[in-house]
Design a protein around this ligand. Sequence first.
Ligand code: MN
Ligand code: MN
Length: 471
Amino acid sequence: MANQKDEKSKTAKLKDEILMKKDRGIKTISQEEIQKADEFCKGYVKFLDKSPMEREAVRYSVELAKKAGFVEFQQDKKYNAGDKIYYINRDKALALAVIGKNGVKNGAKLAIAHIDSPRIDLKQNPLYEQNNLALFKTHYYGGLKKYQWTAIPLTLHGTVVKLDGTKVDICLGDNEAEPCFCITDLLPHLAQEQSQKPMSKAFTGEDLNVLVGSRPYDTEDEESELVKLNVMSILNEKYGITEGDFISAELCLIPSFKTRDIGFDRSMIGGYGHDDKVCSYPALMAALDAEIPEKTCITYLTDKEEIGSDGNTGMQSDFLRYFINDLAKVDGIEGYRAISQSKCLSADVNAAFDPTYPSVYEANNSSYLNNGVIISKYTGHGGKYDTSDASAEYMGEIRTLLEKNNVLWQTGELGKVDQGGGGTIAKYVANMNVDVVDLGVPVLSMHAPFEIVSKLDVYMAYRAFYAFFMD
Ligand code: MN
Ligand code: MN
């Protein structure tokens, strides 16, 4: 008699055959693979710390790309299979291409992630003094829960263009020896009225004022606004800028804490800006590691996704289209033909199921930490508005690709239908007549100053982009 315990029942065998496996997560992954994930994430942590802003992300990515043999793109130059090029858009977006054996004659493979993240931008006329305190007026960038940005240390990043045209980069507050900044919040003792209000009214955009100084300028003269003057004189001394220079500046405040391991098992990473550096880095590394592919592979790191992808550095700009046109021209085909045959992974994050807030998720169609990369057929909101809904055919192609390459993957929809929504760059890529689907990393506390991802998922994103490029 066969041992019943060792042998699967007929029904269990049938289940194996025709039902999806319930357990497709980290338990199916070897310790060796998990170690590779931990190792890969060391590079990611460095990237995240060095690249909070899009300009910094471009700079650091180019540094890594140059080390990997990438050279600056030259228009009208005929490239050979295996050539590696990079092309910068206004210091804020970056295309990296590895030329394939067929060039772009049969289309290109695109992995597109964004390098901007929610933050607090300074207004054009930010500095003011009130009750002997100096403050900055701000306008937040992207979708954020305003209360999360109060009472935490903030650091100042950005670029100022002076009247004479010279540029100054500012980065102040990351180093613990440097000062940082803070948006004050009301003490609970006096917050009775505030706490009765809905969140959107309890914290308004105009409340996000940043404390930047409190000592008056040292003078015998009877002058007003000496605290403001003192702050401006420090800025003038350090950076050579005057108040008017704020008008031609892009300055913003971001959390000043460093990226850290999370959990006793160090399985997760907490940090600012995982959305969407957690897809940017794997997509970048996939391009850096790509050997000679069949089709030209392009990783594009775009800007402005968090505010709708508008602007000449956003995905709605023609920059990428023109770049592919340029590549097509030397390959002897029309740009639109190259674009129409291209395929894209829109590399962006999605919300991981949060056990503390289960009511907003639909458990069967949510993504989970440690279950691998998420494919999202569509994003958008109620009734599939504002999204590119990937075709069955393209979903099939990507699913097969991931299975074939043993990439741990899952599907994921943002939350319950009618619960809310969000979008990615996928729909703008689809508008170019390109097959596209969202593929990325699940994130907890998305858009918070400190977001959380799993190391295994980050590594699986890299494996997915690499497999996509080399397939
Ligand atoms: Mn994103
Ligand atoms: Mn986002």
